[in-house]
Ligand binder design. Structure first.
Ligand code: ZN
Length: 330
């Protein structure tokens, strides 16, 4: 798929451009500014859309060399929909090992040289930006030893109006959430920081287990087949089963804290909290785990909102506030 990657406005790589924009603004009239921004964008090799909150760069390595996803992979489907129940051939998920996770310490500086170092809370959060550039439809057990399987990484949904892939919105918010949590002294481990990965859902949970994380937060967006009016924020938590029993109550508490804070920060329609027993990323997890379905991309209004930097930031800030509340209550 031919797609763009939206970078964060405060991305360090764009700092020279941003500074230049400010300098130009000080110099002169609006017309000069527009031309100056255009000139700066040419200078730095990136198209810049003046006056909009997010900056769009053409995709580079993330998708250029990979084959296009199949129509099936692009089909709108609610996250976690069961699509395969063939007997499992192995009890251990087969896949390529994920890259070394990116760890950002809550005690490290948060990217601003002016701010004092943030005191670490010692709380560790693993952020899983749901999906990836391309689906991995290999079957994997939905839990340790299970004969029921699901694709290792489903394709995810996409925006009915923007055509943005869900994986990219999830990643955009995940990167903002990392910054928000780090600023609160929470140590963050990212399952992925780019689109170009292949990390099964089971492995994502295993990464959280290996880190002895206080929380695995999984960011997704929904697609509701046949409905353009359904919208809002839905939180999923593990239902009780033989795998999730140790994490059900702690995950439920995290889910309540995160859901309430995210609704408050965004004003999104409240779709409630739903326990699920069929999510590989829950069943493989030994640490509290929560999915936030941040919005419904088959609703054109919510789809467009999910692509804006301002709404993504509200989502990240709200989710971070909920996580901080959960962490404080431990
Ligand atoms: Zn999803």
């Amino acid at each position: 798929m031919d797609q763009d990657i939206r970078l964060r406005p405060r991305n360090r790589g764009m700092a020279p451009t941003a500074r230049r924009r400010v300098e130009l603004a000080a110099i002169g009239a609006a017309a000069v500014l527009v031309l100056g921004v255009w000139g700066a964008s040419r200078l730095f090799g990136a198209p810049v859309t003046a006056g909009t909150p997010s900056v769009t760069l053409a995709a580079h390595a993330a998708t250029a060399a990979a084959p296009a996803p199949t129509p099936a992979a692009l089909a709108t489907a609610p996250a976690g929909a069961t699509s395969a129940t063939a007997p499992a051939a192995a009890s251990i998920p087969a896949t390529t090992a994920p890259k070394t996770p990116t760890v950002t310490s809550g005690a490290a500086n948060t990217g601003s040289t002016a701010k004092a170092a943030v005191k670490s809370t010692g709380f560790v959060v693993v952020i899983d930006a749901g999906h990836q550039a391309h689906a991995d439809l290999h079957a994997e057990p939905i839990g340790p030893g299970s004969k029921t399987t699901k694709p290792a990484v489903a394709g995810g949904t996409s925006g009915v109006a923007t055509h943005a892939p869900e994986s990219l919105i999830n990643l955009d918010v995940a990167l903002r959430l990392r910054r928000a949590l780090t600023a609160r002294g929470i140590t963050v481990i990212m399952v992925r920081t780019t689109q170009n990965v292949d990390i099964p859902n089971s492995k994502r949970a295993l990464m959280a287990n290996a880190a002895h994380a206080g929380l695995l937060i999984r960011l997704h967006c929904d697609g509701v087949a046949g409905s353009s009016s359904t919208a809002g924020l839905l939180t999923l938590v593990p239902a009780r089963n033989s795998w999730t029993d140790p994490i059900v109550s702690s995950s439920a508490r995290a889910g309540r804290d995160i859901h309430a804070a995210a609704i408050a920060a965004t004003g999104a329609r409240n779709r409630g909290i739903t326990p699920r027993s069929d999510m590989s990323g829950f069943n493989w997890s030994k640490v509290p785990a929560v999915i936030v379905e941040m919005g419904v991309m088959t609703n054109p209004v919510e789809d467009r909102r999910l692509s804006t930097a301002s709404y993504q930031q509200r989502l990240a800030d709200g989710i971070a506030a909920g996580i901080a509340r959960f962490a404080a209550g431990k």
